[in-house]
Design a binder for this molecule. Structure first.
Ligand SMILES: [Mg+2]
Length: 254
């Protein structure tokens, strides 16, 4: 990867003071993906921050929670936000490690959809892999942000279920971390919004990488130059990624 495309992964389209900043831009988007820990609540928090509840309620019809949590963590997030919006993560089962979208529907049960990214096809494996809230197979691999696959799958599914336009939907991903959320958005070719982390970072290593490497480079005055660099490279990448999203056809879930 060249320096230019590396920097482009850190491009931020919207720097928000907190999640309430979404109120001013939410109408421009067809779908809004949200990070959980540090973005809508403190790390492993048991409830959303009270100051952002109204905004969450307002954007909920077009919002999707996308997480890097464990399966137990995903259930915790479902317990908090599942009535408002779908909650998803991407994993692999067995030695083939094919990507499967684990997805709690809004207010509903768990679905598992095998995802074939190049063809944009989903196979519904819920019957074989799910019993109530339990998975019948062991998760053997994780497709975690900054891997854009989970975000691309959520967008492709929204197209197939006709919740967003097939052609050029406007998608935003909102998170607190550069190393996972912002990079994931840019690699998926969607717009990126960053909010400052609510509460503490989950560990010191993350803090060093994210806060020191990315925040100092991209947020402080010197960051004006870096952000400009990011935006110049970002245009090429984004066009390519738009093609990638467009290439994912609106086929039915098989
Ligand atoms: Mg976070």
């Amino acid at each position: 990867m060249g320096v230019k495309s590396f920097i482009a992964q850190y491009h931020v389209d919207f720097r928000l003071k907190d999640l309430n900043g979404l109120a001013a831009i939410a109408n421009d988007f067809d779908l809004i993906g949200l990070d959980c820990d540090g973005t809508t609540s403190v790390f492993h928090g048991s409830e959303p921050d009270g100051r952002i509840i109204e905004t969450l309620l307002a954007i909920a019809p077009k919002a999707e929670m996308i997480s890097n949590s464990s399966f137990d963590g995903l259930k915790r997030i479902r317990d908090i936000y599942g009535a408002l919006m779908p909650v998803s993560k991407m994993v692999g089962f067995g030695i083939l490690k094919e990507p499967h979208l684990l997805r709690f529907n809004r207010g509903g049960g768990l679905r598992v959809l095998k995802y074939l990214p190049t063809q944009g096809i989903f196979y519904d494996c819920t019957e074989q892999l799910v019993s109530g809230d339990r998975l019948l197979e062991k998760i053997t691999s994780q497709y975690q942000k900054p891997n854009p696959l989970v975000l691309l799958a959520v967008v492709a599914l929204a197209k197939q279920e006709k919740r967003i336009p097939e052609k050029n939907p406007r998608v935003l991903y909102v998170g607190d971390k550069y190393s996972t959320d912002v990079r994931c958005a840019n690699q998926a070719g969607v717009e990126a919004a960053r909010v400052p982390t609510m509460g503490q970072f989950s560990d010191l290593r993350e803090w060093r990488i994210d806060y020191v490497a990315a925040r100092l480079l991209f947020d402080l005055p010197f960051g004006g130059f870096m952000s400009w660099l990011a935006s110049t490279g970002w245009r090429d990448d984004k066009e390519k990624s738009d093609e990638k999203i467009k290439d994912l056809p609106g086929r039915r879930v098989v």
